[in-house]
Every structure is written in C-alpha cells, then in structure tokens.
Design a protein around this ligand. Structure first.
Ligand SMILES: [Zn+2]
Length: 261
C-alpha cells in the first residue's frame, strides 16, 4: 500500500469503516510515514474544527426577501413548469433552511461525519481498543485465569474496582486483564476466551445510574454488546459469532448485578 492508497483511505480509516486488515495496514503506514501522518493529523484537526464550529446560519432577511421576489418573478410557462419546479424548490429550500457556510469549503459527507454521536465515537473507540489489543501482542498486562489475581491487579491503577466474574464453568474462561483508555478515561479491560476467540470486556463507572438492556451491533467484522448495570458501563467485543457473544453478555450481566465480594 503506497502513500496515495493510504491517503485515499484516510476518511474511511478515521471513521472506522475499513476492514481489520486494511485498518492495520494503514496504522502501520502512519507509524512509519511522516507525510501521511501529517495528512491524517490535518484531517483530524479539520474534523475537530467542524465538530466545534457553528456551521448553521440563518439567511439574512434581505436575502430571503430577494430570493422570494426572484422566485415570484421567474417566468414559468405551463409547458416548462414541470422542469422548473425542482430548481424553484431548491431555491426555496436554500432560503428556508438558511445557508450552510461550510458547504463552500467542504463536502456534505464531512458535515455529517462531524455530527457523529458520542455513542458512535465510543463504538469506534471500543473497536480500535479491541484491534489494538490483538495486534500489538498486548492482550493482557496481567495474564491469569484466576479472578483473585486479576481483580486485585487493578488496585491502585484505577479509581474503581471492576467486577471480574468467573465464567469458566459456562465455557468462557478468563485469561487476564489490562488497562485501556476509552471515553476519555483509563478503563479496565478484562479478557475472556471462547475457544480461540478473544473477548474484550471494557468496564467503567457509568456517567449516570440508568440501567439499560443489552444492545448489540456489528462493526468491522466484530460483534459488540453494551449495557449499563449497577452503576457500571459494560462494552463487550469479539469476533465470536453474535449468538455466543450474546450468551456471554447475558452471563456477564447476570454476574455483574451481584454486589462485589
Ligand atoms: Zn505515506
């Protein structure tokens, strides 16, 4: 993959829309190529600027009035009416909804990307965290199938103590844990396995006390389940099939309801 290929794919890369292999290829390239890394940085700055800039402006009254007058005076013979209407509609829409200042300098696609919800960003972070953990041979900082080794390991590293349920009896043995960084904070990542499939469980104190049901989605070939319970947020991700990951999420949710021992 050369620089041009990489730069062509930076938009979908930034949006987490690429498959795992290509995502990793680009990540490697960015680590080694200053020119592309700078390109990526510029793109990120633009996205941040777009996300924070007020992009919606109301049309001044004078402009509105002029457009309305132009529309009224535009000739519309019966035979051409059908063809004229779409253009008239377009003008009316432009006058009605106001002018998007940034439309002149950027594309509509970028604008919609700038409005990505916090939840979508979190999904991307969870996928990136999972991919990172598999890629850099860095699945666990503490490798142990014993919850009594893994749970205390987080002590002093986080300002909360994650629950580390033992699900080996159900066919999901624990293999360890590590620290990760999500949602602007360090979080506990617990690693379980089902056969050869690694399952990352990210958990941290929920921003609000609401309990939510398990929600599931698929992204870049991974299955993701997430929910809130007992004051904690849980994000589970794996390349395991959706049915088994669902079962795992159900078991974890069941166990995470119990008070910490
Ligand atoms: Zn390059």
């Amino acid at each position: 993959m050369d620089c041009r290929d990489v730069q062509n794919l930076l938009h979908p890369y930034s949006d987490g829309e690429l498959d795992l292999v290509r995502h990793l290829q680009i990540e490697h390239h960015l680590a080694e190529c200053a020119a592309c890394a700078e390109h990526q940085l510029g793109l990120r700055r633009l996205r941040e600027a777009l996300a924070s800039a007020p992009l919606y402006h109301h049309a001044p009254d004078a402009l509105r009035a002029r457009l309305a007058a132009d529309l009224r005076s535009a000739p519309a013979t019966p035979s051409r009416r059908g063809r004229r209407r779409p253009r008239a509609l377009l003008w009316a829409t432009a006058a009605g909804i106001g002018l998007v200042a940034a439309a002149a300098v950027t594309t509509g696609a970028l604008l919609s990307r700038a409005s990505t919800s916090a939840e979508t960003k979190l999904v991307e972070q969870v996928v990136a965290g999972h991919v990172r953990s598999l890629q850099a041979d860095h699945l666990t900082d503490v490798a142990s199938s014993d919850r009594h080794t893994v749970k205390p390991w987080f002590r002093g590293k986080l300002d909360y103590s994650p629950q580390v349920p033992d699900l080996a009896g159900e066919g999901y043995p624990l293999s360890g844990g590590r620290l990760d960084y999500l949602a602007d904070r360090p979080v506990a990542a617990l690693v379980y396995h089902r056969r050869l499939h690694a399952i990352n469980v990210f958990t941290w104190p929920a921003p609000d006390a609401d309990e939510t049901p398990v929600r599931a989605l698929a992204r870049q070939g991974f299955h993701v389940c997430y929910w809130q319970r007992a004051g904690m947020a849980y994000w589970v991700i794996s390349d395991l099939n959706a049915q088994e990951l669902d079962e795992f999420a159900g078991l974890l949710r069941q166990h995470s309801a119990a008070p910490p021992p």
